[in-house]
Design a protein. Structure first.
Length: 328
């Protein structure tokens, strides 16, 4: 069975974009691949996080992984910091990555362009830790949104360079970008990705939001004056975003959605989107409540840690012998 690796960085509450762009796909993939789905808590601290809030986000993330349908009998679920080899391999890959490659990484470039001050070394070097997260487990595939493809490309470059220098060591992974739901945009500003950092809090639907609030956010979503439900990202980005959400949850194509709402007002379409979103979140929230009241999370993390640690120790030992830093 092929291996797929991915993780979510819970620096805030998980939202609909995380679910449709990542978690929902993880659940689908776990039937056909060995799905390694970790909680990327080291990546959380590239910028300061309030420790108490971060604890809450981490626990919620684990519970929501399970509530959204990840099955610990099919997928390996663990905390990144429970497997210390991630950080060690990350440093080794740092030493096999060029400054020019890190200078071109989008998040770092964007922050420099905005003249942000007090940037941490973690902001600059986290892509090599991400490469370690992937290469540690001989991933065949990495599911990513189209805006994250750059990270997999860097991972591939580093893996190929290492293999050329030291002999075949890492499997070179391929990115998988879902056709639908890969990138969910803000409801209040469809030019921006749905984000936990949404200042107005109107554009982001959190998985644990009260359903009345969810309905209100969708009904208030930015649209346009064209009065037609048509998938046109450039001219009707708000409607296109709502169509993407609706398609992701119903399995319908964009043309089928256009026919379904042909001649109807935007209000009717928004109500339909709200209905499918609220139905989905109601199921997730009920499962979430049951999970947090049990001790299943500890069991799942221990099982995941045991599997991941064994694989990581084997890979790190091989890497260190290849580069000559272990005395044999």
């Amino acid at each position: 069975m092929k291996t797929m690796v991915s993780g979510i960085k819970p620096t805030g509450q998980l939202h609909l974009g995380n679910y449709l762009g990542a978690l929902k796909n993880f659940v689908t993939y776990q039937d056909d691949y060995h799905m390694i789905a970790f909680i990327a808590n080291l990546h959380c601290i590239t910028v300061y996080q309030d420790p108490k809030e971060l604890q809450t986000y981490l626990k919620d993330c684990i519970a929501l992984y399970l509530a959204c349908g990840l099955d610990p009998d099919k997928a390996t679920i663990f905390l990144q910091t429970d497997v210390l080899e991630h950080a060690q391999l990350g440093f080794i890959l740092n030493c096999n990555t060029y400054l020019g490659e890190l200078n071109r990484m989008t998040q770092y470039k964007d922050k420099v362009a905005k003249n942000e001050i007090n940037l941490t070394g973690g902001i600059y070097t986290y892509p090599t830790l991400m490469a370690a997260d992937i290469l540690m487990y001989d991933a065949d595939y990495v599911p990513v949104g189209d805006d994250q493809k750059q990270h997999v490309e860097l991972t591939r470059d580093v893996a190929i360079r290492f293999n050329n220098r030291y002999g075949e060591t890492f499997k070179v992974p391929e990115p998988i970008i879902p056709k639908t739901g890969a990138r969910i945009m803000s409801l209040s500003d469809p030019s921006k990705k749905m984000s936990k950092s949404d200042e107005s809090n109107k554009g982001c639907i959190y998985l644990l939001d009260d359903l009345k609030i969810v309905h209100k956010k969708i009904m208030s979503a930015v649209t346009d004056d064209k009065a037609q439900v048509k998938y046109d990202v450039h001219n009707q980005p708000g409607i296109a975003n709502l169509m993407t959400i609706y398609a992701s949850l119903t399995g319908k194509t964009m043309s089928e959605i256009e026919k379904e709402f042909e001649g109807q007002l935007y209000g009717n379409f928004k109500k339909a989107v709200s209905a499918v979103v609220c139905d989905e979140l109601a199921m997730i929230q009920e499962k979430y409540r049951n999970i947090v009241e049990s001790n299943i999370m500890d069991e799942v993390l221990l099982k995941g840690k045991q599997f991941a640690s064994k694989k990581a120790q084997e890979k790190l030992d091989l890497v260190q012998k290849k580069i000559g830093i272990e005395i044999r």
